[in-house]
Design a protein around this ligand. Structure first.
Ligand code: CMP
Length: 140
């Protein structure tokens, strides 16, 4: 089915100047960028976005990392977009990421792991709405 998913290019990948290379992978896989913005997240925004991880031991480090520099946030649309984006990203820990995936190629550690992608269609809707009002997402 045609789906939308939220993608974030994290501060490490923005600093490496690989936004375009990552967008190319989305486009070559048939995913369309239907909303996008660069943003320096506030601490409150990062904490709210990752609220499901609040009790995890890595929460504070994750928030610190996500506010360490600007991120590129986009909505990707396509057939099976949630799973397709997760396949493109590879495993959360770059050590486990398959060759040719975004994290295998651009990530340095489980914290600085280049990209975030929604893990389910249900979370995708929540995450898209967290960053984009419906009027800023373009059907195309
Ligand atoms: P992301 O997909 O953005 O969702 C939560 C993030 O927490 C994850 O990517 C990792 O960057 C980070 N993280 C750090 N340690 C862990 C861990 N042990 N398990 C899962 N995620 C972790």
């Amino acid at each position: 089915a045609l789906e939308r998913t939220l993608s974030i290019i994290k501060p490490d990948a923005v600093a490496k100047n690989v936004i375009g290379e990552i967008y190319s992978r989305f486009e070559k896989a048939g995913l369309k960028v239907v909303a996008a913005k660069m943003k320096q997240l506030s601490r409150a925004e990062a904490e709210g976005f990752y609220a499901v991880h609040r009790e995890r031991p890595f929460f504070n480090a994750l928030v610190e990392f996500m506010i360490s520099g600007p991120v590129m946030i986009q909505v990707l649309q396509g057939e099976g977009a949630v799973l397709k984006n997760r396949d493109l990203m590879g495993a959360t820990n770059p050590k486990d990421a398959a060759p040719g995936t975004i994290r295998a190629d651009f990530a340095d550690s489980i914290d600085a792991n280049a990209v975030h992608g929604s893990d389910s269609l249900e979370n995708a809707a929540i995450e898209v709405a967290y960053f984009f009002p419906a009027t800023d997402v373009y059907a195309r």
